[in-house]
Ligand binder design. Structure first.
Ligand code: DGP
Length: 114
C-alpha cells in the first residue's frame, strides 16, 4: 500500500473523517471505526510508517509521544484506574489490516491475551 492509498494518511490530511480524541503536531488519536471494547482508540504517527520494521524513520521524540498519547487518551477516557491494553498488530499473523503503524488503546472491560 502506498501512502497515497493509506486510509490513516487520509484521516491525517482530512480526506476521511474520524472521531478525533487527541490531535497534536506529530501524533493523532481517533476512535476505532470497529470498536471492540468500550474504549477503543487508535494512536498513530502522522508520518506514514507501515509497521515496526519502519519505526526507525520516526524521530525518537515521536515514538515516545505515541506511548505518552496512549496514556493521556486512557486517562481522558477514564480507564487508567482499571487498566487498559496497548496493542500493536504487526503483520499478517497478528491481524494487521491497515499498514500505517498504530497503537490500539483498549479498555473498559477485561482484556485477556488472545
Ligand atoms: P489492525 O488490525 O491493527 O490493522 O487494525 C486496524 C483498525 O483500524 C481496525 O480495528 C479498524 C480500524 N479502521 C479501519 N478503517 C478505519 C477507518 O476508516 N476509520 C477508523 N476510525 N478506523 C478504521
Amino acid at each position: 500500500m502506498t501512502e497515497r492509498d493509506c486510509i490513516f494518511c487520509k484521516i491525517v490530511n482530512g480526506e476521511l473523517d474520524a472521531e478525533v480524541v487527541h490531535d497534536e503536531e506529530d501524533v493523532l488519536a481517533f476512535q476505532d471505526i470497529n470498536g471492540r471494547a468500550p474504549v477503543h482508540v487508535l494512536v498513530i504517527p502522522k508520518q506514514h510508517v507501515a509497521n515496526l520494521e519502519e519505526i526507525g524513520a520516526l524521530p525518537d521524540t515521536v515514538t515516545k509521544r505515541l506511548f505518552e498519547v496512549a496514556s493521556a487518551v486512557a486517562k481522558k477516557l477514564g480507564v487508567t484506574e482499571n487498566g487498559y491494553a496497548v496493542r500493536i498488530n504487526n503483520g499478517a499473523d497478528a491481524g494487521q489490516v491497515v499498514f500505517h503503524l498504530h497503537l490500539h488503546v483498549m479498555g473498559g472491560r477485561e482484556l485477556g491475551m488472545p
